[in-house]
Write a protein that binds this ligand. Structure first.
Ligand code: AMP
Length: 181
């Protein structure tokens, strides 16, 4: 795992680099734009190091990313650690046999899918995404991984919107977020 000092420096630099975009994708939402972090090669590398350290420390044997910004972190971390990479996708994107999980939104429902063999019984999965808001997406991903017979050993985010209290939907898994607003 990254030292406390390195982690604090990373928190500071990521916080300073994220761009706030008001009213995107709709009025009233303050969008946390990570593309300036991706533009900063050394900073992006440190963020991937941070996630790799978390995953290594968790003892997870598979890294899973949530479409689409979760892929940006899950893929380099899986490659770095030479672990299997699993994809959690929006409906209709995966070509083979899928399992689905639906979850409630403010208005209506949303669905995520994984390939049936993306994770296997007995595996320990680290789920990564860029941002924790209400926790609806991630808690559905946790349920889907469990339905496929695997355990969830870590849920990791770069950013957490603490005021939305998404953690209250993730009480039975270890949760880490780097930067909290
Ligand atoms: P939720 O299911 O409410 O936790 O929403 C999480 C997903 O929505 C993540 O994949 C985020 O990328 C995205 N998201 C939600 N709110 C924001 C925000 N304010 N800024 C950027 N992304 C967001």
């Amino acid at each position: 795992m990254m030292s406390d000092e390195l982690r604090q420096a990373l928190v500071r630099d990521v916080t300073a680099t994220i761009r706030d975009v008001p009213d995107f994708p709709k009025p009233g939402i303050l969008f946390k734009d990570i593309t300036p972090v991706l533009r900063d090669g050394p900073l992006f590398a440190r963020l991937c190091d941070h996630f790799a350290g978390l995953v290594r420390g968790s003892g997870c044997t598979v890294v899973a990313g949530i479409e689409s910004r979760g892929f940006l972190f899950a893929a380099p971390v899986a490659a770095r650690l030479e672990l299997p990479l699993a994809l959690v996708r929006k409906p209709g994107k995966l070509p083979w046999k899928t399992r689905s999980m639906s979850y409630a939104l403010e208005y209506g429902t949303d669905t995520i899918q994984m390939h049936e063999d993306a994770v296997r019984p007995g595996e320990r999965v680290a789920l990564l995404d860029d941002l924790l808001a209400t926790g609806g997406t991630m808690s559905a991903a946790v349920s889907l991984v469990r339905e496929l017979g695997a355990d969830v050993g870590l849920v990791g985010f770069a950013i957490e919107l603490g005021f939305l209290d998404g953690r209250q939907r993730l009480t039975d898994v270890p949760v880490d977020s780097l930067v909290t607003f």
